[in-house]
Design a protein around this ligand. Sequence first.
Ligand SMILES: [Zn+2]
Length: 336
Amino acid sequence: MSSTVSRISADLDFSRDGKHRSYLRVPVSTNLSAYGTVSIPITMVKHGRGPTILVTGGVHGDEYEGPIALSKMAGALEPEMVRGTILRVPALNLPAALAGTRLSPIDGLNLNRVFPGEPNGSITSMIAHYVSTVLIPMADIVVDIHSGGMTLDYLPTIIMHEQNDADWNRRTRAALLAFGAPIALISRELDNATYLDTIAENMGKITLSAELGGGGRLSSYTLEIAETGLVSLLRHFDIIEGSIVERNATKRKTRLLQTPHRECYVVAHETGVYVPFFDLGDEVKEGQVMGEIHFLQYCDRMPVPVTAKRTGLLLAKRPLANVSIGDCIGIIAWDL
Ligand SMILES: [Zn+2]
């Protein structure tokens, strides 16, 4: 009979107060290391009674706001500042983060498509299983920081998914707004059964995810939103003292949006070079031509228009010109 116990060890006593730095040691046997491990940094600051928040970054290795904001925060917080527990894993998919790729270079898997994971699966699946069975069950609040990676650019957005639980929706929405991103989104994912946040939601945890930028870039603007958003969340839940952070860069109110339909996701129906007619943050109207796909291999084929199926704000777009059939080239959201 196969075991359901994780093969990952942490050398960390999760019940002990203090500031702890350790590693999630994932066994990986390679040509160069017979009994090797991949060692994923984890930090915990724990002091007295209070909620436990789990914050993760680097689920995709080409998204940088989460890893850097969490790494910076790791040095700044001391136990006496905290009421409760802060668990941070800045680069959850460490092999992908070190390679700067969305998928793990070791097994080719997308960490956010293998949850809840398997204890005896390949490395990415083992990480997902550890998060599902050890880290998330300890937490009251789960925050997973993403950006659009190399193939999407987002307006900086904090996200929740509404559940059939009015009290959970109210508490999660309060946290969503406390984060203070320029955009707060009530989202419907296309295919979310294997996501980290879905596992946390199913366990009843207050769950937020973020898409803070993208294109494989990191800016001081999006990093500041990640850092101030996390501090504001800690204050919102009384884990640290202080009031919600005013962001210096924008000082704009959060705009509350939704993406309740599959048609919010604009998909390429041809393979070619996409010429966008709109920028991030532009308003598009249903039936409007958002851009066109050109074909370099033909003398006489006219470009094919891409039409918006909904009216709304262009929340995300593909920064790469080359598109293939099925690629997401834009996301349209509208006011709640
Ligand atoms: Zn991501």
